[in-house]
Design a protein around this ligand. Structure first.
Ligand SMILES: Cc1cc2nc3c(=O)[nH]c(=O)nc-3n(C[C@H](O)[C@H](O)[C@H](O)COP(=O)(O)O)c2cc1C
Length: 164
């Protein structure tokens, strides 16, 4: 059974839910999956594939996700890596967003893994000054696309070679 680690960094929970959803799908497809917040991720070399996902804030990834990615670059033989980020709150939600510069460099060190953008979610009763201003500007909503999330998980599942 292939082992997959899904590492996520979220602020308001939307990205964590995407990670859980990817994990459920991969489990259904027969993988042994651990879904772990990025600040608790370790033992990367125990896995056949690692997924790292972050929420986007101000065009950046959450620090914990960047740190997890950096740890992967320190392995002599990193497992295959898949990246996603979640953020856009409009009809362009599934348009690919660029990786922030530092993340781009780390991803390059890992062989330029596939990067997938998922729409984000902003609750109408969210906390935070800027977030509340975004709600007033009509940005509240859930732009996550379950079909796209499942398709991403299926691509990973299709790539996995079962281990005894
Ligand atoms: C202050 C703030 C800044 C944001 N900046 C970005 C951004 O730069 N790019 C983007 O695509 N989405 C941005 N978003 C949308 C969030 O990425 C989106 O709400 C996402 O689902 C948050 O994930 P989380 O619930 O896991 O924290 C921003 C949201 C807030 C509240």
């Amino acid at each position: 059974m292939a082992r997959v680690l899904i590492v996520h960094a979220s602020k308001r929970g939307g990205t964590s839910e995407i990670a859980e959803s990817i994990g459920r799908r991969l489990s259904e497809r027969g993988a042994a999956v651990d879904v772990v917040p990025a600040n608790r991720a370790h033992r990367f070399r125990d896995y056949d594939a690692v997924v790292v996902g972050s929420a986007l804030y101000g065009g950046r990834w959450r620090h914990a996700a960047v740190r997890a990615l950096r740890k992967l670059t320190h392995l002599s033989q990193p497992p295959p890596v898949w990246l996603f980020h979640s953020g856009p709150l409009d009809e362009l939600a599934n348009e690919p967003q660029p990786l922030p510069g530092r993340v781009f460099d780390l991803a390059h060190d890992l062989g330029d893994p596939q990067v997938t953008t998922f729409g984000g979610r902003l609750a109408p009763d969210t906390h935070g000054f800027i977030a509340k201003a975004m709600v007033r500007n009509g940005k509240a909503g859930d732009w996550r696309d379950q079909g796209a999330i499942s398709a991403f998980a299926d691509e990973i599942a299709d790539s996995l070679v079962p281990t005894p």
